[in-house]
Design a protein around this ligand. Structure first.
Ligand code: C2E
Ligand code: MG
Ligand code: MG
Ligand code: MG
Length: 285
């Protein structure tokens, strides 16, 4: 009966609002319904260790499953979720499912040291209870903090750097690794690396896709990998769409790679099968 009311509201509003606003409202209602009906789901995308070609971790990526089974991708709902205040609830579901998946994977014969990285929105970073929520989730699933990595973009750091610094130090004190996502895409302050306790750099896909066809991209990626090494950071290359790039990144001493050429994001059940068949090292070179 609650649903009928909502539907009535939608048609009343849509008659008076612009297309964009009604699309946003439709997305908001879809998100609320998905939270209610437990149709928020994580997909996992493998990360390959470039030293030996073994997959020891994955990134959790949020999807909304519509009632008809089709998927909504983050590009179509994250911004709306942030504006209508639903991001913290969605993020909490992602964190819980990620810890659940981690405990399943770590109990299987495949991945005793398996790690997952989880994306955090700027809003979540500014939640004062973040570290204690993360600690509680790890504890509920009997996981060490080293099983989890949290990914942030630079935008999360710039609007309130003092608060960000505090939250990140709390997370580091717990033992959770912090990754700087989409590195190089925004207003990259290299100073972020000085100020915040970051341990992983994820080089943005826009650099990776130009590798081997653009000498500037080659030089930039090689330089970033070298710099990260000097700083003691792990480097992950995101958005590997061509297999040849894996060899190129190995030659540059990049630590890990992630992208469609290795595997697309998939549900946990599929990842277990994928890991099983990928037990043999992936690298042919
Ligand atoms: P991201 O964290 O940089 O995640 C990588 C995105 O690139 C994912 O898109 C992934 O599916 C896509 N990708 C991976 N390999 C390739 C490739 O080889 N080629 C191309 N073209 N794309 C590739 P997705 O899943 O649509 O997520 C988009 C963004 O939405 C993420 O970018 C992240 O910023 C955000 N996001 C996803 N899940 C969550 C979440 O649980 N919480 C928060 N706060 N943000 C999330
Ligand atoms: Mg990410
Ligand atoms: Mg990224
Ligand atoms: Mg991105």
């Amino acid at each position: 009966q609650a649903k009928l009311h909502t539907r009535g509201d939608v048609s009343r509003y849509t008659a008076r609002m612009g297309d964009a606003a009604s699309a946003e409202l439709a997305t908001e209602l879809e998100l609320r319904a998905a939270l209610e009906d437990q149709r928020v789901q994580i997909f996992l995308q493998p990360r390959l260790d470039l030293v030996d070609g073994v997959c020891r971790g994955a990134e959790a990526l949020m999807r909304i499953r519509r009632a008809d089974g089709s998927l909504i991708l983050p590009g179509d709902f994250i911004a709306v979720a942030e504006r209508c205040g639903l991001m913290p609830r969605l993020g909490a579901v992602v964190l819980e499912q990620s810890c659940q998946a981690l405990s399943t994977l770590r109990r299987s014969s495949l991945g005793e040291d398996f790690r997952l990285s989880v994306n955090l929105s700027p809003l979540e970073l500014h939640d004062e209870a973040l570290a204690s929520r993360v600690e509680a989730a790890l504890c509920r699933h009997g996981l060490p903090a080293s099983a989890l990595e949290l990914e942030l973009t630079e935008t999360a750091l710039v609007d309130d750097p003092l608060a960000a610094e505090r939250r990140l130090s709390e997370l580091r004190a717990l033992g959770v690794a912090i990754a700087l996502d989409d590195f190089g895409a925004g207003f990259s302050g290299l100073s972020h690396l000085l100020r915040f306790p970051i341990s992983v750099l994820k080089i943005d896909r826009s650099f990776i896709e130009r590798l081997r066809s653009d000498r500037i991209a080659d030089a930039l990626v090689e330089g970033l990998v070298g710099m990260a090494q000097r700083l003691g950071l792990r480097v992950v290359a995101e958005g590997i769409e061509r297999h040849a790039l894996i060899t190129a990144l190995q030659a540059m001493d990049c630590d890990e790679a992630q992208g469609y050429a290795i595997a697309k994001p998939m549900p946990l059940e599929s990842l277990v099968g994928w890991l099983d068949s990928a037990r043999e090292p992936q690298l042919t070179a």
